[in-house]
Design a protein around this ligand. Structure first.
Ligand SMILES: [Zn+2]
Length: 220
């Protein structure tokens, strides 16, 4: 969804809360969406206590109960969707091939990174993993989402990677499945088909601590 209408339910300084929104807030390693809300520009979108807060450059025009039109910066959002889906693919392949776990990630429109718990990355092996990832991209694997009961999801090995980050009040978990490549509980934004990603390119790798390897990538 690139545009939507929402009703203003709170204005506090430069913070605006709507009854519904299509803007994805910062979180889970993803930078926030940007765009326009009414005649104001968004400086960031954040989430506090399960509430999405739109930070605007000018809150003066917003009136309680009035409807406003939101327009996403779609180029930015679409890059984030592609980058984030790529992180899933890379993580699944590296995990499958080496057993390494993902210890962090940062998804931005221009360049993203994933951290793996691994003492060393063989350069040839890394090239293989990227080839495998790009094969998933060109294979055109569908990305689907569905909801699953919390207990069932927690009982499925490997499905919930951040169990502690989920408030107990959440009884239904959103599951994101990239065909036969990766399945996990996830609230982020993804493309509908891996073909949309284009081509994955690794920029560089870094050592971050004894057993932490950071991999920077971009898309062409
Ligand atoms: Zn995801």
């Amino acid at each position: 969804m690139k545009e939507f209408d929402g009703k203003v339910i709170r204005v506090d300084g430069n913070r605006v809360v709507l009854d519904q929104t299509a803007f994805n807030p910062r979180g889970g390693g993803l930078v926030s969406d940007l765009g326009r809300l009414g005649d104001s520009n968004l400086t960031e979108v954040i989430k506090e206590n399960e509430e999405v807060i739109h930070l605007v450059n000018d809150a003066a025009p917003f009136r309680l109960g009035e409807s406003v039109h939101g327009v996403l910066d779609w180029n930015r959002r679409y890059r984030i969707m592609k980058m984030h889906t790529t992180a899933h693919i890379l993580s699944a392949i590296v995990n499958r091939e080496t057993g390494a776990l993902i210890t962090g990630n940062q998804i931005s429109p221009e360049e993203s990174r994933v951290d793996f718990s691994r003492e060393a990355f063989d350069r040839d092996k890394l090239t293989d993993y990227i080839k495998m990832a790009n094969k998933v991209v060109s294979r055109g694997v569908p990305v689907t989402t569905y909801f699953m009961n919390r207990e069932k999801a927690l009982a499925t090995p490997g499905l919930v990677k951040l169990a502690n980050a989920m408030p107990p009040a959440v009884t239904e978990l959103r599951i994101v499945q990239i065909g036969d490549v990766d399945t996990q509980a996830d609230g982020g934004v993804h493309v509908a088909n891996t073909k949309e990603i284009g081509e994955i390119q690794v920029r560089r790798t870094e050592n971050k601590g004894k057993s932490n390897r950071r991999l920077y990538f971009t898309l062409r």
